[in-house]
Design a binder for this molecule. Structure first.
Ligand SMILES: [Cu+2]
Length: 243
């Protein structure tokens, strides 16, 4: 026997009415947690010297301080915080590249995180000429001229998880940046407030790493629970003066 179309409509209407009348089901707890915290600098930070940028009249228009160690209100900028590689699964690289912009003859940001296989796009926002030299240890990966108004340089040869590619400009020797390669997306780089948040982290016990280009590496342990924000803190200090 064929069901009449009218009956089907009536049945559908009544079933949706039943659903609407039911009390709202509690939203399921998210499967992942997060890690959040801050990176501090203990003690008096090293003085930031004014960069001598007279060699390029465009750069000389703005005064900038050295960015080797940038501390504001006791918080440390440019720290790459991540779950130790090899312990959070292997994740594919996203389609979108990480981006570093050359602006006022500085790299912004100074430290980026990438997933192995992800591209890095270097933009030139300056009305002057740069060259971008990427190195991995002592190996030069690329060395490219970057004209004012030139197209972004897009690189896909950033090395394996665990490696750090450094970027330098030979026209402006004070320019330096770093791309830290991971095998997962659970990383962040601290801004001026020293804070970081790693979202969508699968529950588990992890070693958390904090790396700064001149102050080195620190680690701590952290336990991530479903739907909760685990807290982590790091504290760096000036390296002891060399004898
Ligand atoms: Cu430059």
């Amino acid at each position: 026997m064929r069901t009449s179309p009218l009956l089907v409509v009536a049945l559908l209407a009544s079933s949706s009415a039943t659903v609407a009348a039911q009390p709202r089901a509690k939203a399921p707890a998210p499967a992942a947690g997060s890690i959040t915290g801050t990176v501090s600098f203990k003690g008096t930070p090293p003085a930031r010297t004014a960069l001598d940028r007279k060699s390029d009249p465009v750069c000389a228009r703005t005064q900038r301080l050295a960015e080797d160690v940038v501390v504001e209100g006791g918080k440390l900028r440019d720290v790459h915080v991540r779950i130790k590689i090899g312990t959070a699964g292997k994740h594919p690289a996203p389609e979108t590249p990480a981006v570093i912009t050359q602006t006022e003859c500085m790299y912004t940001p100074r430290v980026v995180g990438v997933i192995a296989g992800q591209k890095l796009e270097v933009r030139n926002g300056d009305p002057t000429f740069h060259n971008v030299r990427g190195t991995l240890g002592k190996q030069i990966l690329w060395n490219l001229a970057h004209l004012a108004g030139g197209e972004p340089l897009v690189r896909s040869d950033l090395g394996k998880a665990g490696e750090v590619v450094s970027l330098h400009c030979d026209v402006h020797p004070w320019m330096a940046a770093w791309a830290v390669v991971s095998d997962h997306p659970y990383f962040a780089v601290t801004g001026a407030d020293g804070s970081f948040t790693l979202d969508g982290v699968p529950p588990g016990a992890y070693t958390l790493e904090a790396w700064h280009p001149t102050l080195g590496l620190q680690t701590t342990k952290v336990k991530v629970k479903k739907g909760k924000a685990a807290k982590a803190v790091f504290s760096f200090a000036a390296p002891a003066p060399k004898p």
